[in-house]
Design a binder for this molecule. Structure first.
Ligand code: PLP
Length: 426
């Protein structure tokens, strides 16, 4: 068969875009060669519905080993008693938890989407908001911090069955212990979606939600630096509080409910090539150099946030404890939307995304903010010194957003700078 040059040319162009640009999307990263190799392997050819040792297809004895390795490694990484590594994405992992813990129409409580929450935590256009009754808590307008008092007030009044912690655009540590006390008080399940900070948590740089929450979900491709995918963890398995039984009438543990919710509940055959790549990434995360990488991600983010503040930008909550920050553009450029900021930055080969800020006066299509993160640029070997230069370049582009010549000059500088940074430096 002829080589499909059309698609491989596209892939090469994307490779060049990634190589020559400054990647600041907080949810992205660059994987190692061995993660990439596992993903592009013959494991993609294999059907393996079920779980290691209990499959619905023959010939699974080898992929069983890969999946078991992924499970064992991620359990070690986060100190979990149970892991499911099959969710195809973070949203699928969350969907499986909803399926295991709730019935359609049940109430649950998550962070307001426009305050940093994720679509799968209750957006009206997502399965979570369409099939269940979504309640929300906010961040405080003055501090930008999660409003735990309000969370408690809503939870005590509405008595949701599930409380969700975790976010897509929140730069501060969470009070998981307080959330667990609240869940226990009202008889709810606490789920923490650690998709964003999972890598920092794995490296011990942030508190580990597995110690507090009933259930923890994550993606594997953000700070964690694995292939695109999801996972579910239990710190400790527990009897489900809703009396769900198996066909033999036996009460099922939460681990069994979650396994059935992932397959056959919301997915068919697992992507064993991606599961193998997850195993590789978890193995990398258990190496000492991973701690150095994550420490640098955190340091770079803190320096970048401070450099932005020094230039007159407002960072929601004033700074960052993790890998990301949400910039409210209105203090410096009242007329510049996040949409335009994203566009002109992309023209300068600096990739970031527009994002609503809490209590935003603009729509989700325009927004007043941008979200920035350091996982990807740090994988390329960037240290604190580069953060000041990056902020300088961002500021030049935004201050000259209607000047194509200045933007082109910055692009040249970006491309030149990135020549000295390999795609994977750790
Ligand atoms: N949960 C959180 C907190 C996220 O930020 C995201 C993605 O950005 C997801 C879940 C969903 O992950 P995926 O895009 O893999 O479905």
């Amino acid at each position: 068969m002829e080589r499909d040059n059309r698609i491989f040319d596209i892939i090469e162009r994307e490779h060049q875009r990634q190589k020559h640009g400054i990647e600041l999307i907080a949810s992205e990263n660059f994987v190692s060669d061995q993660v990439m190799q596992a993903m592009g392997s013959c494991l993609t050819n294999k059907y393996a519905e079920g779980y290691p040792g209990h499959r619905y297809y023959g010939g699974c004895q080898v992929v069983d080993e890969a999946e078991q390795l992924a499970i064992n490694r991620v359990k070690e990484l986060f100190g979990a008693e149970y892991a499911n590594v099959q969710p195809h994405s973070g949203a699928q992992a969350n969907m499986a938890v909803f399926m295991a813990c709730l019935k359609p129409g049940d109430k649950f409580l998550g962070l307001n989407l426009s305050h940093g929450g994720h679509l799968s935590h209750g957006s009206p256009v997502n399965f979570s908001g369409l099939m269940f009754e979504a309640l929300e808590y906010n961040v405080k307008e003055d501090t930008g911090l999660v409003d735990y008092d309000q969370m408690e007030e809503v939870a005590r009044r509405e008595r949701p069955k599930l409380i969700i912690g975790g976010a897509s655009a929140y730069s501060r540590e969470w009070d998981y212990a307080r959330m667990r006390r609240l869940a226990d008080e009202i008889g709810a399940i606490l789920m923490v979606d650690m998709a964003h900070p999972a890598g920092l948590i794995a490296a011990g740089l942030l508190d580990n939600p597995v110690k507090y929450a009933h259930i923890v979900t994550s993606t594997t491709h953000k700070t964690l630096r694995g292939p695109r995918g999801g996972l579910i963890l239990l710190g400790k398995d527990f009897e489900n509080p809703w009396g769900k039984t198996n066909p033999k009438g036996e009460l099922r543990k939460m681990s069994a409910l979650l396994d059935s919710a992932v397959f056959p509940g919301v997915q068919g055959g697992p992507l064993e090539h991606v599961v193998a790549a997850k195993a590789v990434a978890f193995g990398e995360a258990l190496q000492p150099s991973y701690k150095d990488y994550q420490a640098q991600v955190k340091k770079n983010a803190a320096v970048m946030a401070q450099a932005l503040v020094d230039k007159g930008y407002k960072i929601i909550s004033g700074g960052t404890d993790n890998h990301c920050m949400l910039v409210d553009l209105r203090t410096k450029f009242p007329d510049l939307t996040g949409k335009v900021a994203e566009k002109v930055l992309v023209e300068a080969d600096i990739t970031a995304n527009k994002n609503m800020v809490p209590f935003d006066s603009r729509s989700p299509f325009q927004t007043s903010g941008i979200r920035l993160g350091t996982p990807a640029i740090t994988t390329r070997g960037a240290k604190e010194e580069l953060m000041g230069d990056i902020v300088e370049m961002i500021d030049t582009v935004l201050s000259n957003h209607d000047n194509p010549k200045v933007i082109a000059d910055v692009r040249e500088k970006v491309n030149k700078t990135m020549e000295s940074y390999p795609m994977f430096a750790y």
